[in-house]
Each structure stands twice: as structure tokens, then as C-alpha cells.
Design a protein around this ligand. Structure first.
Ligand code: NDP
Length: 435
């Protein structure tokens, strides 16, 4: 905290993990002796660079780009790129730190990283986004590679942006390294299910948690999902396939409520088809309503709450509302959408709670499967990738649950995920020596 006093999001993420590790440090004096925890919270490398680009009117803009290469203990650095005006070092360090543990939980050989820029893609033309991505990759290319660091998408970075960045990487490097980025188009090395993976994976883990801890399922449950981006859309799709009824979605301006269950074709047409706003939904679906203000979505009663927009969207007050309205489970699709006080409210009220590093690991897990397919120069069919994703999410739930039992806090998946994720990386750090 004294070193970087302004990095609030990073401190929040680290504090939660350190509180969990308190439960095991006494049994593992080797972690203290070899400075593992101190090393673990300091990124291996932080890269910051300027990103100059020209808009459609010939005006030059300069944004700031970053890559935080946090840990390469168990594999090449791996983690998404975020393009959003709020991007800064604190947010990327928190995301990179969480990514180490999340990637460890997947069981695949991937280190932790995160990057991005304070660029706002909203309202920009395709040509402007392309020029920005090309400029961003002109610097980033020297720091990445299939055995070094493999970025992917995140907020503001989807298939279009990955395509432009991959094109620029290939042009500069003069070689077709398909494994350098994940989330690519299917015709140039992308994996089936990658687009759906985070949302689908979130529902697979939530379904397993409901079954194992409460003998329940999605069937007949009312579900509220915040956001209407990549994660929210495919969580909606899978929750509905599993028998749930998703009644509300949002964006940063407001939320829609459709008591009959949202029509996903309409949402996809608005958000994926024409990059529109969620309020356009009510023009197409009679009986639905739109309300300004994105936090209001949590006033809509639900059995299962899946926050899938951004960090710290659920505070203590909102958490109390969710509990009061009768929810039985909360699972984080976004990264750190619940403040620590909110998580305490859920746990004290006896709700099931799945933290992001377990619940939304499906995206990076499928990125890992994309890397495997790129190495083999082969593509698995949809069902094969989906089956592997489901297996991974089920295993993550049980590993986190079992770790919570071993630590004497059965069912506390925050502790379970932190400890299961940490131990694997810490033991590798010990095995590889002080580096
Ligand atoms: P998208 O850019 O596709 O969608 C983000 C959604 O969240 C949009 O509806 C957006 O609304 C809303 N949103 C973004 N910022 C804010 C804000 N400050 N306040 C309110 N709403 C906001 O991103 P993704 O769906 O990919 O990512 C969503 C979350 O999931 C993030 O936390 C991300 O880190 C996490 N995640 C994503 C993975 C992936 O595979 N994509 C993998 C693992 C985690 P608007 O359009 O108005 O900005």
C-alpha cells in the first residue's frame, strides 16, 4: 500500500487473497522463508507505451497502452486486453493478479497477465478502430509470442479488434504465429466455443454449485444478468438452455426488464449485429420496460444473480436488496463485480457465492484449448470443445470446494479458489527457485 497508494482495485484484489492465505501460512513456513507471497504480488514486468493514431478527420490522438506480465511460473503470460477509458495501472494490475490464480485453476499451463489502453471504442468508426489496433500492436508485438505472452479480448476487445491486431502482428513479424493471440476468427486459427466460453462456463459452474451444494438446478429459476456484452449474452443463452428464465440485462446507461424472459435474438441483433444500446430492446419487444441507471437492475427480484458487466458494480446496499428479494445464488461473470462488503452480505445470508476467478475461468480455459489446437494445426468440433469446457468448469468447482473443506471453511469458494489457485503456482515458484 505504501508503494502504490492510489491502486485501490489492486489492493482490494490482493487483500482478499492474503486474507485467504492467512488460513494456510502456518502450515507452509516455506512460503514465508522463500518470500513467495512478497514475490507473488509484484508483477514480473510492467510495460507502458504511447499509442498514436489518426481519426477519420485527420486529427491525431495519443492513448496510453499497457501490458502487465504478472507471472510466468506455470506457463507463458496469458490474459486479455481491455480498451476502455477507465483503464489504468491499478485496474490492470488487479486483473493481471486475479488472472494468475484463475489460469492456475483451469489446470492448463498458462501464466497471468493483462493489458489494454485507455481508448474508448464507443462511437468510433471501423477504420478508426483498425488504425488504433494497428498502432497498439506496432509496439505490443515485440513483447508477445506463443511461448512468451498470449493476449486475448476483454471489455472493448472482441473478434473485430483481435482480427486487426493479428493482421498487424503478422505484417510486422512476417510469420504466421497463430498461437500469439486467442479469440481469433474461426477462419484464421480461432476455436469454436471461444466466443460463448465465458458465459457458458459461468453457467456450467453455477449449475454444478447449485447441484452439489443445494440439490438444485437452473430449471424454473428466474435469473438476472448485468451487462449485455460478450459474457452477459452467452450466459443468457446457456442459462435459458438449462431451463432458467433471464428477465433483465443492462449496459452502462440502464437496464431492460422483460418478465416473459428476454428474447436473445433481439439482444444479439442490437448488440452484436449493430453495436446498439440495450434500450432499443423495448422498441422490438412489447411488454418489456427500460429504466435509466445500470445499478437499478438489482432491484429486479431473482433466484440467481449473475453480474457480468464490470468491477465493483454490487455494493453492500445492492447485495442486501438481492438477499431481501430471495436470491439463492450469486456467481461472478465479470471480474470482481462484488465489493468485499457485498460478498460478506451474501455469505452471511447463506447464499451460494462463486467468485470470478473460478466462475468466469471458462473464457481463458477455452483460450488455452485454442492454443492447443493452434499447436496441433487442427480444430476440434464444437461439441468436443464444449465438453472439455464443461469438464474444466466442473473440476474447478470441486477443486475450490474441496480446498474450502480442507481449510475448515466448507462451501466458502472465495477461500477455496484463492488457495487452490495459489498453491499450484507457489509450489512451482519454490521448485524453480528465486527468479
Ligand atoms: P464487453 O465489452 O463485451 O461488455 C461489457 C458490458 O458491461 C457492456 O454491456 C458494457 O456496457 C458494460 N459495462 C462496461 N463497463 C461498464 C461500467 N463502467 N459500468 C457499467 N457497465 C459497464 O465485455 P465482456 O462481456 O467481455 O466483459 C465483461 C466482464 O467480464 C469484464 O469484467 C471482463 O473482465 C470479464 N471477463 C470477460 C471475459 C471474456 O472472455 N470476454 C473472460 C473473463 C472475464 P456499455 O456497452 O454501455 O459499455
Amino acid at each position: 500500500v505504501t508503494r502504490d497508494p492510489d491502486q485501490r482495485e489492486f489492493h482490494q484484489a490482493v487483500l482478499e487473497v492474503l486474507e485467504s492465505l492467512d488460513l494456510i501460512v502456518d502450515q507452509h513456513p516455506e512460503y514465508e522463508k522463500h518470500g513467495i507471497i512478497e514475490t507473488f504480488v509484484e508483477p514480473e514486468r510492467m510495460i507502458s507505451f504511447r499509442v498514436p493514431w489518426v481519426d477519420d478527420n485527420g486529427q491525431v490522438h495519443v492513448n496510453r497502452g499497457y501490458r502487465i506480465q504478472f507471472s510466468s511460473a506455470i506457463g507463458p503470460y496469458k490474459g486479455g486486453l481491455r480498451f476502455h477509458p477507465t483503464v489504468n495501472l491499478s485496474i490492470l494490475k488487479f486483473l493481471g493478479f486475479e488472472q494468475i490464480l484463475k489460469n492456475s485453476l483451469t489446470g492448463l499451463p498458462m501464466g497471468g497477465a493483462k493489458g489494454g489502453a485507455d481508448f474508448d471504442p464507443k462511437g468510433k468508426s471501423d477504420a478508426e478502430v483498425m488504425r488504433f489496433c494497428q498502432s497498439f500492436m506496432t509496439e505490443l508485438n515485440r513483447h508477445i509470442g506463443q511461448f512468451v505472452d498470449v493476449p486475448a479480448g476483454d471489455i472493448g476487445v472482441g473478434g473485430r479488434e483481435i482480427g486487426y491486431m493479428f493482421g498487424q502482428y503478422r505484417r510486422i513479424r512476417g510469420s504466421y504465429d497463430a498461437g500469439v493471440l486467442t479469440g481469433k476468427g474461426l477462419s484464421f486459427g480461432g476455436s469454436l466455443v471461444r466466443t460463448e466460453a465465458t458465459g457458458y462456463g459461468l453457467c456450467y459452474l453455477t449449475a454444478e454449485m447449485l447441484k452439489a451444494m443445494k440439490g438444485e438446478s437452473f430449471d424454473g429459476k428466474t435469473v438476472v444478468i448485468s451487462g449485455s456484452g460478450n459474457v452477459a449474452i452467452f450466459a443468457t443463452e446457456k442459462a435459458a438452455q438449462l431451463g432458467g428464465k433471464v428477465v433483465a440485462l443492462s449496459d452502462s446507461n440502464g437496464y431492460i426488464h422483460d418478465p416473459n424472459g428476454v428474447n436473445l435474438d433481439v439482444v444479439k441483433d442490437i448488440k452484436l449485429g449493430r453495436r446498439g444500446r440495450i434500450k432499443e430492446y423495448v422498441d422490438a419487444v412489447p411488454g418489456s420496460t427500460y429504466t435509466e441507471g445500470f445499478r437499478g437492475i438489482w432491484n429486479v427480484p431473482c433466484d440467481v444473480a449473475l453480474p457480468c458487466a464490470t468491477q465493483n458494480e454490487i455494493d453492500e446496499e445492492i447485495a442486501k436488496t438481492i438477499v431481501k428479494n430471495g436470491a439463492i445464488a450469486v456467481a461472478e461473470g465479470a471480474n470482481m463485480p462484488c465489493r468485499p462488503e457485498a460478498i460478506r452480505v451474501f455469505q452471511e445470508a447463506g447464499l451460494l457465492f462463486a467468485p470470478a476467478k473460478a466462475a468466469n475461468a471458462g473464457g481463458v480455459a477455452t483460450s488455452g484449448l485454442e492454443m492447443s489446437q493452434n499447436s496441433m494445426r487442427y480444430a476440434w468440433p464444437f461439441e468436443e470443445v464444449d465438453r472439455r469446457l464443461k469438464d474444466i468448469m466442473t473440476t474447478i468447482f470441486h477443486n475450490a470446494y474441496n480446498a474450502s473443506v480442507e481449510c475448515g471453511v466448507p462451501g466458502d469458494l472465495v477461500v477455496g479458489a484463492n488457495i487452490a489457485g495459489f498453491k499450484k503456482v507457489a509450489d512451482v515458484m519454490l521448485a524453480q527457485g528465486l527468479i
